[in-house]
Design a protein around this ligand. Structure first.
Ligand SMILES: [Zn+2]
Length: 294
C-alpha cells in the first residue's frame, strides 16, 4: 500500500471521523468533516459508519448536501440501526434537490469491494449489547489483495510461467495474498485480541485513561476501551503501528501523553504510537511525531 494521507478528528461524545484520502474512504461521519476538508470532501466516495451514536453520524448531512450525486457517496451502515433509514428519509425531504446517495446495510463479516484490489471487511463488536445476529456496532478492516506466484513456481522464467498459465489456468499458478493494511475499531471495549493481529495500522478507540466511568458517555450502557487495556493488547499481538482516538474531552494533552508513555514502558511497546487528541484536527496523521520511544 502506498503511504496513506489520513486526516482525522475524534473526541468522545462530540465527533469522530477518519478520512483516507487516496482511497476516498471515510470511516465514521461525525460533525465537522466538510468544514475541515473543504473541497477535498468531494473525494469521499465510500462512507463506513460504525454505529448510530450521534458523534459518528451527524457530519453526513452536510457531506451529502455538498457532494451527493448519482451513486455517491456510497454510505454503509450497520443493518439494525433504525437511525439510518430515518436519516435517509429526513434528508430526502430536507434536501430534495440532492439525489443519488446510496445507502447500504452491513452485517458482521460483510466484505465490500472498494476497487479491484481493495476491500473492507466488517466485524461485529461489543460496543452495543445485542444478540449475535443483530448488527448495531461494527469495526472495519481494510485489505489489499495481490496476485503472487505460488512458491513452487518462483524459480522458473517468466516465459515458462506464461506457458504454464495458458496450460493450467492462472488460478493454479498464482495465489491471492490478502494484506490487512488498516483496521479501525470504532467504539468498542477491548475484547478479542486476535481480530487485530496482523494489522499494519490499527486505529483503536481509547476513551478513558483510568478505570473511572462517565455518566454521559456511558449513559446508554454502551461499552468503551481504557488505555491500559488497549496498550496491553497491542503488546501481545502483531501490529505495525497504533493510532489512538476517541479520548474523552476531560483529558488534557499532557495527561494523555504521560499515561501512554508510562504504559508503553510497562508493556515494552516498540511500535510507533500516535494520538488523535480531543478537540484537534490531525492532518496527515501518519507523518506526525510519535509519542513513545522506540
Ligand atoms: Zn463515539
Amino acid at each position: 500500500m502506498t503511504p496513506l494521507n489520513i486526516t482525522s478528528y475524534s473526541t468522545a461524545l462530540f465527533s469522530t471521523w477518519i478520512n483516507i484520502e487516496e482511497l476516498g474512504i471515510l470511516l465514521d461521519a461525525g460533525d465537522g468533516i466538510s468544514s475541515a476538508l473543504l473541497q477535498k470532501s468531494r473525494k469521499i466516495k465510500h462512507v463506513f459508519i460504525s454505529h448510530a451514536d450521534r458523534d459518528h453520524v451527524t457530519g453526513l448531512l452536510q457531506l451529502n448536501q455538498l457532494n451527493g450525486r448519482e451513486g455517491f457517496p456510497k454510505i454503509y451502515y450497520p443493518k439494525h440501526c433504525g437511525t439510518f433509514p430515518a436519516f435517509r428519509d429526513f434528508q430526502n425531504k430536507f434536501d430534495p434537490h440532492i439525489k443519488g446517495m446510496e445507502w447500504n446495510e452491513l452485517v458482521d463479516q460483510d466484505q465490500i469491494e472498494i476497487r479491484k484490489d481493495i476491500y473492507v471487511q466488517c466485524l461485529r463488536n461489543e460496543h452495543i449489547k445485542a444478540p449475535h445476529d443483530i448488527s448495531k456496532s461494527l469495526s472495519f478492516k481494510l485489505f489489499q489483495t495481490k496476485q503472487k506466484l505460488k512458491s513452487e513456481f518462483t524459480h522458473i522464467s517468466s516465459k515458462e510461467i506464461k506457458a504454464l498459465i495458458d496450460l493450467k489456468g492462472r488460478e493454479n499458478i498464482m495465489e491471492k495474498i490478502h494484506t490487512n493494511f488498516l483496521s479501525y475499531s470504532g467504539d468498542t471495549p477491548v475484547d478479542n485480541y486476535e481480530k487485530w493481529d496482523g494489522s499494519e495500522i490499527l486505529i483503536h478507540e481509547s476513551t478513558f485513561l483510568q478505570d473511572e466511568g462517565d455518566s454521559i458517555i456511558e449513559s446508554k450502557g454502551n461499552k468503551h476501551s481504557k488505555i491500559n487495556e488497549v496498550l496491553k493488547m497491542a503488546s501481545e499481538i502483531n501490529i505495525g503501528q497504533l493510532i489512538l482516538n476517541h479520548f474523552s474531552s476531560r483529558y488534557k494533552k499532557n495527561e494523555i501523553d504521560n499515561a501512554i508513555k508510562k504504559l508503553c514502558k510497562v508493556y515494552h511497546i516498540k511500535i510507533p504510537v500516535r494520538v488523535i487528541y480531543p478537540g484537534q484536527i490531525h492532518r496527515d496523521i501518519l507523518n506526525q511525531p510519535i509519542i513513545n520511544e522506540l
